[in-house]
Design a protein around this ligand. Structure first.
Ligand code: FES
Length: 287
């Protein structure tokens, strides 16, 4: 891994896969991001020889490749563990216990942020919001969700990983792939596990269900480019249709979770907004 170049077999394989990645883009250099994941799938980090390979294939300087690799935190500049355990310590998870989870796990493993255990199994990270706030506090293992964690459950999780036992995400995938395996997927090569499970869970869908039960609609948005003053003065008011949280349309109600075909969907233009609705808005503004 420390040698300057890849062995001939690995070099040939990586170049063939890089060619496949490049063929997906109009410009070869646009393929750099997935190619860096490809390098990580081989070396477990963006290695010097991986940087050299990308530069050679894409006609870039090593400095240019490094400049990109150092910009994104998903690209590792030193060997990563088999499993990245990311504890979300962004605002909501932090107040729900994310900070204390990170502290306890860090203490338990004897490593800090962006450090790897001596056995090479776990790299610990403090991560930013993973858009899973409804399951706070969240821990990610190689970007799979472990929801509603506690310090105890998170420590059990890392103990299982250390012991080489399989861990099962709360939702989505059935298992957690290794860092190298998931890097290969991020490089654009599917592993056939895309449909292992549904990503949305009960908490995510709860709001939509309540909106449907109550027939709630989002407030209509006034187009400021036409000026509030005009509307307040009784001038021509312009509105855009409100977003219907309950899924109802001019053609009827669509149960939340179901998708209308484009043929069924009525156009949602200003013409859909009734004169009565506009009139009410204008009166409200004038008060
Ligand atoms: S703050 Fe942790 S997932 Fe959003």
């Amino acid at each position: 891994m420390s040698s300057e170049t890849f062995a001939p077999e690995a070099d040939a394989r990586l170049r063939a896969e890089a060619a496949e990645i490049i063929s997906r883009y109009p410009e070869p250099r646009s393929a750099l991001l997935p190619m860096l994941h490809l390098v990580q799938s081989e070396d477990g980090f963006v290695s010097p020889r991986g940087i050299a390979l990308c530069a050679d294939i894409l006609g870039l300087t090593r400095a240019e490749v490094s400049a990109v690799a150092t910009f994104y935190t998903q690209y590792k500049r030193h060997p990563n563990g088999d499993y990245t355990v990311g504890v979300c310590t962004n605002a909501l998870c932090a107040v729900m216990g994310g900070d204390i989870i990170f502290e306890r796990v860090s203490e338990h493993l004897g490593i800090g942020h962006d450090e790897t255990t001596a056995d090479g199994k776990i790299t610990l990270e403090q991560v930013e919001c993973n858009a899973a706030c409804d399951y706070a506090p969240v821990v990610m293992v190689n970007w799979e969700f472990f929801d509603n964690q506690t310090p105890t459950s998170a420590i059990e999780l890392v103990d299982q990983i250390t012991a080489g036992e399989p861990v099962r995400p709360t939702r989505g995938a059935d298992t957690v792939a290794t860092f190298k395996e998931i890097s290969h997927v991020l490089a654009g090569f599917e592993d056939g596990r895309a449909n292992e499970g549904v990503g949305a869970g009960e908490s995510t869908l709860l709001g939509l269900r309540i909106a449907r039960e109550n027939n709630w609609r989002a407030p209509q948005v006034r187009d400021d480019s036409q000026g509030h003053g005009q509307a307040a003065a009784g001038g021509p008011a312009t509105t855009t249709p409100g977003v219907d949280l309950a899924g109802s349309t001019a053609s009827g109600t669509v149960p939340v979770g179901e998708v209308q075909s484009s043929a069924e969907r009525k156009p949602t233009t200003e013409a859909d907004v009734s004169a009565e609705t506009v009139d009410k808005d204008v009166k409200k503004e004038a008060q």
